[in-house]
Design a binder for this molecule. Structure first.
Ligand code: SAH
Length: 251
């Protein structure tokens, strides 16, 4: 059996109870050493075999899983944040299916959620935006033509950019084709890690501030009016708005 476990954004206390139990009981662990906090592995079994996938190919990862399966052992594949985002789990799952090896996925706290927590902001503010776009700019990996930054920017929704802080200058230039230059922006480096850094500004100022902070990787870029101070109060807690769980005190 192979479990894909989301390790959360960094803080080992952000592991789910289920993820923690599976890691602590694993016979074999394969983790992405470049991004997963080694502290999430602090309570593994003494005889647990641990592999860092950073220097491994897909074939090598699969060979470790296959070997473990033949020995009747449980493998936990640890991914940073939640495995459903830029986790490359699909190709692993399909390969396990071909080999008849069973698998399950345990979700994790994605870095985009840890970043919102670090900022203490709500991505979906009433009358500001009700949509969150999670994306990346193309780098060595392509992005489909229909999802270019310029087309996504047209919505002026909350946008969270993974894997793109290294090209922030180009990114901001492309965002500014639709977002006004005074749109608030934030960069969160290593959300939930002890080294966490937050840089805030506007699309006009953020590039300089990020460069001054020396942030070139392991950060998210967040853009949108959700970072501003204008919004309307939520109807969920409005005393004139009734819903299934609460009768209004006014008509
Ligand atoms: N599956 C992961 C994303 C993996 S892609 C998740 O759900 O978070 C790797 C990118 O995620 C990094 O380049 C960076 O943009 C972002 N990232 C991962 N961990 C982060 C963290 N703790 N703080 C800020 N960004 C992070």
């Amino acid at each position: 059996m192979v479990y894909f476990v989301g390790a959360g954004a960094g803080d080992p206390e952000l592991l789910t109870i289920k993820g923690k139990r599976l890691i602590d009981q694993a016979d074999v662990i394969i983790y992405a050493g470049s991004l997963v906090n080694p502290a999430v592995l602090q309570d593994v079994k003494p005889d647990c075999r641990i592999y860092d996938s950073a220097g491994m190919t897909l074939e090598e990862v699969l060979a470790v899983m296959e070997q473990a399966e033949q020995e009747g052992k449980t493998t936990v594949r640890v991914h940073t944040g939640d495995p459903s985002l830029y986790g490359a789990i699909r190709e692993q799952i399909d390969a396990l299916d071909e080999r008849g090896i069973s698998h399950a996925v345990v979700p994790g706290v994605s870095s985009f959620l840890a970043a919102a927590a670090a900022l203490e902001k709500e991505y979906t503010l009433p009358d500001v935006t009700q949509t969150v776009i999670l994306t990346r700019m193309e780098g060595r990996t392509a992005v489909p033509a229909a999802e270019q930054i310029e087309s996504l920017a047209k919505h002026q929704a909350t946008m969270i950019l993974f894997l793109s802080v290294g090209q922030i200058e180009e990114l901001v230039r492309r965002l500014c084709t639709s977002y006004p230059a005074d749109t608030p922006a934030a960069v969160v480096y290593k959300a939930s890690w002890p080294e966490q850094k937050i840089v805030t500004g506007t699309l006009e100022t953020i590039v300089e501030k990020v460069k001054a902070a020396g942030i070139t990787k392991t950060a998210l870029v967040a853009v949108g009016r959700f970072l501003g101070d204008a919004y309307t109060l939520s109807r969920l807690y409005d005393k004139t708005f009734t819903h299934g769980y609460r009768q209004g005190s006014e008509a």
